[in-house]
Ligand binder design. Structure first.
Ligand code: PLP
Length: 475
């Protein structure tokens, strides 16, 4: 049936100037530029004009004005919405690289805020008034916490590895086990980083077994470095033999060749008592005699994105002289956040509570269950649509290419809506404000409460109820 087009309605469309005076629109003018608001209102009037001309609006002319106001609000909101937005992480993956990895501790957030809004002594020594180093605020802390002689921090661990290889082994050979030719997400592969650094990769051993003699046999007069790469994101199991950092150090000493260990997600506190796998800590690796150790700032350490290099002074000094260091240097926000994060580690009793990554990894299932129950209650109290809600057990992951075999028991709020598909629910929640990212598993929408922050439960209930109640009809 052809829609009835009533062109006389066009005369009832409000004028832009008139709409601009509405109190809801003048409120927008307090936060957004006038030009953006005018564009929104114009877009809304155009939208309604087309609706009339296409016969989609045949209703009460009185309603036109209100509809233009509502549409204006939606258009201005979508136009001014930041592209980088807040997400509630309900995936249960603690270090989710795609969701920004580690959350900062309260003191780290304050530190970033302080240097964002005021000048700071980034490169000035306030005692002498002379030029200082941006690494100073974190150097002593890193030395104290890891037991190393010296430290340097760059943009991320990929650049730390590149800088270390380029400084210590450019034009020379680096020996690596065939079982450790790691690829980290985002095209970081040891063989390719090696090539980029100007060093030559010498692979030794087999995928499952590399013996100390394999390294010894690989050494030539061109060997500059023995590299150990922690297979942080995969495991080789069964009939295996890895040559440890301590064994490499012994081989290195015999022939005067330094040993480097890329730990990936280096950590400073032992989490084995919380059911997490036993992995070498930074301190242990330094104590084993590694000359250079590299690790990420935003993996298990729980700080800002950074590549931390600790080790023997002579090698760290050489790296500082490399022009590449300037190209991969950290900014003041990283220095501020990293210093505050490292300071948390000085207080061994409270560090697990203060650093969100560590808190999430060590949280008891009882606490997670309580949060799941709280969410269920809050969601039900807001729900007008039908949905099947259940609290079920499941597993969370460490993520960020760390501890791939660890399965952390958790509780999930599992949901199947009556009025839309589970996939549609997932889409709508990703588009919500704030966005919600969870798992769709076994035909159910699964919210893992481990990675939902304690102060996000209310907000999550509100957002979920909003989408469920709308029946999947996007606004
Ligand atoms: C994660 C990882 C890297 C890269 O670290 P980024 O901080 O993400 O650049 C390098 N090596 C290993 C072993 C890793 O696990």
């Amino acid at each position: 049936m052809e829609p009835v087009i009533d062109k006389s309605l066009l005369r009832e469309l409000p004028k832009i100037d008139e709409v601009m005076k509405h109190h809801k629109i003048t409120q927008l003018l307090e936060i957004h530029p006038r030009s953006v608001v005018v564009d929104g209102v114009r877009g809304a009037v155009d939208f309604m004009r087309k609706a009339i001309l296409n016969g989609y609006f045949t209703g009460d002319p009185e309603k036109l004005y209100d509809m233009v106001i509502e549409k204006s609000l939606v258009l201005v909101e979508s136009e001014t919405r930041p592209n980088l937005r807040r997400v509630i992480n309900a995936t249960g993956v603690v270090l989710h690289t795609n969701l920004g990895r580690a959350l900062l501790s309260r003191s780290a957030r304050h530190a970033v805020d302080a240097v964002a809004s005021a000048y700071c002594n980034l490169e000035i020594n306030l005692e002498t008034g002379k030029r200082g180093s941006r690494y100073e605020p974190v150097e002593d802390l890193l030395i104290r916490l890891t037991g190393a002689e010296a430290a340097l921090v760059v943009n991320n661990n990929a650049s730390a590895v590149l800088l270390a290889l380029g400084t210590l082994a450019r034009g020379k050979e680096v020996i690596v086990s065939r079982g450790q030719l790691v690829e980290i997400g985002g095209s970081f592969r040891i063989p390719e980083v090696m090539e980029q650094s100007g060093a030559t990769l010498v692979e030794v051993g087999a995928t499952n077994k590399t013996h100390p003699r394999d390294y010894r046999n690989g050494i030539t007069e061109n060997t500059a470095l023995l590299l150990h790469v922690h297979t942080s994101n995969y495991r080789i199991m069964g009939f295996t033999r890895e040559t440890s950092v301590a064994e490499l150090v012994e081989i290195g000493r015999e022939s005067g060749i330094p040993v480097m260990s890329d730990l990936g997600s280096g950590f400073l506190v032992d989490l084995a008592q919380y059911g997490l796998p036993v992995e070498p800590s930074v301190q242990e690796t330094v104590a084993a005699g590694a000359d250079v150790v590299t690790f990420s700032g935003d993996k298990l350490l729980g700080g800002p994105q950074a590549g931390i290099i600790v080790g023997k002074r002579q090698y760290i000094e050489k790296m500082k002289q490399n022009p590449l260091t300037r190209a991969v240097r950290i900014n003041k926000f990283t220095v501020a956040a990293l210093e505050a994060t490292l300071r948390e580690y000085l207080d061994k009793d409270h560090v697990l509570k203060k650093i969100p990554t560590l808190r999430m990894l060590t949280e008891s299932t009882d606490t997670i269950l309580k949060r799941a129950e709280e969410l269920a209650v809050k969601l039900k109290s807001r729900l007008t649509a039908g949905a099947e809600l259940r609290i079920v057990q499941g597993f969370s992951q460490v993520g960020g290419g760390s501890m791939p075999t660890a399965e952390l028991p958790t509780y999930l709020l599992s949901c199947v809506p009556d009025n839309m598909s589970v996939d549609e629910l997932a889409v709508q929640l990703r588009k919500a404000e704030p966005a919600v990212v969870a798992r769709v598993q076994d035909g159910r929408y699964q919210v893992d409460l481990r990675t939902v922050q304690p102060d996000e439960v209310d907000l999550l209930a509100k957002v979920m109820a909003g989408v469920l109640n709308s029946g999947g009809v996007s606004r």
